[in-house]
Design a protein around this ligand. Structure first.
Ligand code: FMN
Length: 275
């Protein structure tokens, strides 16, 4: 009896203390530092994870979750060979990996292209109805779409294609020779046009913002690195050369694959060619 009375007596105090702590966390958080921040500093600072941010996020409205997979229904589909699971030792690929910017005229094969696409974003498992990929993704939300500017691949016409992850096929977007356009958009980096194929990694931000808010941008940039590293190591294993490229004119590259640069934007390029 005594214990019960004691609990009910202190209950309102405990509730008020909890409310007070909640309000303190919410409002007593870091204010902007005194000095003026650069855009990069502001981005990093304002997407930093804090307890206040985590609490605030629970109440903040987030964008709707866009479709998890992009498909170009009316496009011509190109079947890809099945990926293989043999090659050099991972340790050897890691040791040999180097950025290669000069390629020979030898075309790469459809088998090699298929293997590279699979390494970038191939489906390797399923969980709760979701297709899990070769590269990790925050919350398994997979913001990336992979496009390829094909220049020198055996039995595949020059064009821009979209990689359809679910059925491991290519969807034809634009026929033609885009070597000079991709080089131009890539700040005249010749390797982008010389490569047998240039991978264009573009992200649909709302897939990640839907869950993680603005911090989702950070996760997206990090994820691009995972995909690119898979491309690097797969290229070594196939005896090909490759290099990533973060230096490009955003607007031009976005235009090349017809994305708006806001809801979906190109984050990274990766050129691959024969040695
Ligand atoms: C985020 C990022 C962006 C890069 N952008 C370019 C680029 O635009 N052009 C280029 O030739 N190399 C680019 N690189 C490749 C680096 O120049 C290269 O990794 C570095 O010189 C080390 O050489 P290694 O990759 O052979 O070890 C980039 C690398 C990273 C990680």
């Amino acid at each position: 009896m005594f214990g019960q009375r004691k609990i009910s007596k202190f209950m309102p105090v405990a509730v008020w203390l909890a409310v007070f702590a909640f309000v303190c966390i919410l409002f007593a958080h870091d204010k902007n530092p005194e000095e003026k921040l650069s855009i990069g500093e502001r981005f990093h600072y304002e997407t930093a994870q804090t307890w206040k941010g985590a609490l605030g996020d629970m109440f903040r409205s987030k964008p709707k979750l866009p479709p998890q997979y992009k498909t170009y229904r009316d496009s011509k589909k190109i079947e890809l060979p099945k990926p293989q699971f043999r090659g050099i030792a991972l340790e050897e690929a890691i040791e040999k990996r180097r950025s290669v910017r000069n390629y020979s005229d030898k075309p790469i094969t459809m088998d090699q292209l298929s293997q590279l696409l699979f390494a970038a974003q191939g489906v390797t498992g399923h969980m709760y109805g979701k297709a899990l990929r070769t590269a990790p993704s925050a919350g398994a939300l997979y913001p990336f779409e992979v496009y390829v500017v094909v220049n020198n691949v055996e039995n595949l016409p020059r064009a821009i294609y979209h990689y359809s992850v679910l059925d491991h096929t290519l969807e034809l977007l634009k026929k033609g020779d885009f070597r000079s356009k991709i080089t131009d958009a890539g700040l005249k980096q010749e390797m982008l046009g010389d490569a047998a194929v240039t991978f264009v990694l573009s992200a649909i931000f709302d897939r990640v913002r839907h869950k993680y808010g603005e911090r989702g941008y950070r996760y997206t940039y990090i994820e691009a690195g995972h995909i690119s590293q898979n491309l690097y190591l797969q290229s070594v294993s196939l005896g090909l050369g490759s290099v990533c490229a973060g230096a490009f004119l955003d607007e031009k590259v976005n235009k090349l694959i017809d994305v708006d640069g806001r809801k979906e934007a190109v984050i990274y390029l990766h050129a691959v060619g024969s040695l």
